[in-house]
Design a protein around this ligand. Structure first.
Ligand SMILES: Nc1nc2c(ncn2[C@@H]2O[C@H](COP(=O)(O)OP(=O)(O)O)[C@@H](O)[C@H]2O)c(=O)[nH]1
Ligand SMILES: [Mg+2]
Length: 308
């Protein structure tokens, strides 16, 4: 067994942090780590938090940690921010630590840079969750930045998605309608201590709360702590409900993952085959001379590769 795996299974935080870095940077060693821990995973449940920057995701997560611990969970936090050059959890950790009643030793926090191509975020996130899972964390809270496609990608990897809105960040009916109505299992209007939050809350209840899915719409203030316990209780309830059809959902997630991985391998192969294919440059010449059109060219090249 790799020393790093031995360390993380024994609950050593440094080994845990290093293993997640290895995953995040997509080093070759990550294959070996996942191979060794995979059979020990499957217990952790995951909650994603999405919403515009400044909505209060980090602050709310900070408040939720002790509430979820009180419900019996061993909590870890992953912040996914591909735009952030900072790794190691500084930004997230600072905001969360500002809130007094947090026992640093009981919670594990980490930011991920998640470089890489399409699907890169879900791949490293899935594997970072597996590592935390094997290390004994059974609730992983995932913070993402508010960047459309990424949020949808993350929502496919976690069990529950919580969407945050606040009156501060210019969230309005348009923002609510723009895609986020689909991905949330729970909606939270944060900053209920400031003006405009009741109007926003009512709008969201109208738009989303009465749809067929009837997701919960809650109000919080991460500043005062009001409403945070209800969010934790609701998460707990949803996780327990979902555990009924959890197997089916897990199957779908693994299907997605496997497809991504196969496509990735095939894509790399095809790119290198094309690079070494004389016909490829011949076709480009033909295209330049308008002797052939792009559809026919692509069809012929592709069938040439597949039949090799
Ligand atoms: N008034 C008020 N401010 C809040 C609340 N929650 C967060 N904030 C502030 O909003 C800013 C952004 O919070 P942060 O948690 O970093 O948001 P994130 O970008 O979504 O992670 C910070 O200055 C917080 O102190 C709240 O409930 N009420
Ligand atoms: Mg944040």
């Amino acid at each position: 067994m790799l020393p790093i795996v031995k360390g993380l299974l024994a609950g050593e935080r440094r080994a845990l942090a290093r293993a997640i870095s290895v995953i995040d940077n997509d080093y070759l060693e990550s294959h070996e780590i996942i191979r060794e821990i995979f059979s020990k995973t499957g217990k952790a449940r995951t909650v994603g938090f999405t919403g515009s920057g400044g909505a209060g995701k980090s602050s709310l997560i900070g408040r939720l940690i002790p509430e979820c611990q009180a419900l019996g969970y061993k909590v870890a936090v992953l912040a996914v921010d591909p735009t952030s050059p900072i790794t190691g959890g500084a930004i997230l950790g600072d905001r969360v630590r500002m809130q007094g009643n947090l026992d640093d030793k009981k919670v594990f926090m980490r930011s991920m840079a998640s470089r890489g191509a399409v699907g890169g975020v879900s791949k490293s996130l899935r594997n970072a969750i597996r590592i935390l899972d094997a290390a004994g964390y059974d609730l992983v809270l995932v913070e993402s930045v508010g960047a459309g496609q990424l949020e949808v990608e993350i929502s496919r990897v976690v069990n529950i998605t919580v969407v945050l809105f606040t009156p501060h960040t210019g969230d309005n009916v348009q923002a609510v309608k723009a895609g986020l109505t689909e991905i949330g299992d729970m909606y939270v209007v944060n900053k209920s201590d400031i003006e405009g939050s009741t109007a926003l809350y009512n709008t969201i209840v109208d738009l989303i709360g009465n749809t067929e899915r009837r997701p919960a719409v809650l109000k919080t203030s991460a500043k005062t702590g009001r409403g945070v316990r209800e969010v934790a209780q609701n998460i707990d309830k949803l996780l327990k409900e979902k555990s009924i059809n959890y197997k089916e959902r897990e199957r779908r997630m693994l299907e997605d993952e496997l497809k991504d991985m196969v496509l990735n391998i095939v894509e790399k192969k095809v790119v290198s085959m094309l690079a070494g294919d004389k016909k490829y440059s011949e076709f480009i010449d033909k295209l330049l001379k308008k002797e052939i059109d792009p559809y026919v060219a692509a069809e012929q090249l592709a069938s040439g590769l597949i039949n090799k």
